[in-house]
Design a protein around this ligand. Sequence first.
Ligand SMILES: *Cc1c(COP(=O)(O)O)cnc(C)c1O
Length: 387
Amino acid sequence: MKVPLLDLTAQYAAIREELDEAVARVVRSQRFVLGPVVEACEEAFARYVGARHGIGVSSGTDALLLALMAEGIGPGDEVVTTPFSFFATAGVIARVGATPVFADVDPVTLNIDPARVAERITERTRAIIPVHLFGQMAEVAPIMEIAREHGITVIEDAAQAIGARHEDRRAGSVGDYGCFSFFPTKNLGGWGDGGLVVTSDAGRAERLRALRVHGEATRYHHRLVGGNFRLDALQAAVLLAKLPHLDGWTAARIANAALYTRLLGPAADRCGDRLQLPRVVTGHHVFNQYVIRVADRDRVRSELDAAGVGTAIYYPIPLHLQECFADLGYGPGDLPVSECATGRVLALPVFPELTEAQIRYVAQAISAGVGPGSPPATAATPASLPG
Ligand SMILES: *Cc1c(COP(=O)(O)O)cnc(C)c1O
């Protein structure tokens, strides 16, 4: 059996006519840049997330970059974020000339720890970027409290968490900005790159809209220096057509995750902290990734590979130890929870169209492969083990 990490062909086959027709309508109209389809897409997503305004942009990375630009954040400013995320989260901070300040993550969720954030606030701090990693919301309420107390902006990196909820707020609707990516591997993927920023503040929405077209206030009048950060109409058409299916796909991801957790539970109990399963702590987790932690990760990964199971490592190097951030002065041991996680995390296939047989096959391969000797010969409770 082969189980790829992600296979988008089944999703396409299921709704092919809708998608092809949506794209064909844009082609027939020959309106490729902004216009009514992009506007409809922005409105639909803002409504879905629970924010007043949506601004379609060129990627998730550019969504984050534009939020920082709209706040006028630059040299001399500090932005607190997590060291355990995709590179873009910190890259954008450096790109506007500000300084990324890393606060370690919670050992259970691997999301930024509000207590560590509080320790990093200085009078130069202008923003906090929590990431809703793998599809589970970070603890944004305490982060909002810290931010309000110090007059700091909160930019949610919700690239992996569209539709995730905590206490009746959806990811992206709690902070001052919510940033989304439509990269094909996200829960809602376009046919290429795309992104969206949501905000409920009219002034911020206006700045974002201006910044994505070179800072134009009215045609050829530039109040700000922006760039070309537009969402393509073709992408908007695909995304609009896919949106009504999102909750169904998310439900399938959640069911797949629950089955893994049920099947892997006995092995996890047997292995203690040598095998850890994802834990749902903050509300409704949308499982963009199902990430286990294994002590002997690289061996388990190559065994899965030999068994035809695709996996990935999100993320092998914490951001504070990336070469390009060497001059920030961090060293090994500075953010131990993130550093430990990078050596153990392993993402399993969890996409909606997986079959139960495929999930059972993956779980079987992991249960057989974890720990030295499988099951461990030194198990303290052999009576409870089969055989
Ligand atoms: C994917 C991702 C991004 C960047 O999105 P792109 O659309 O690829 O630019 C940013 N942050 C996180 C956490 C992501 O997963």
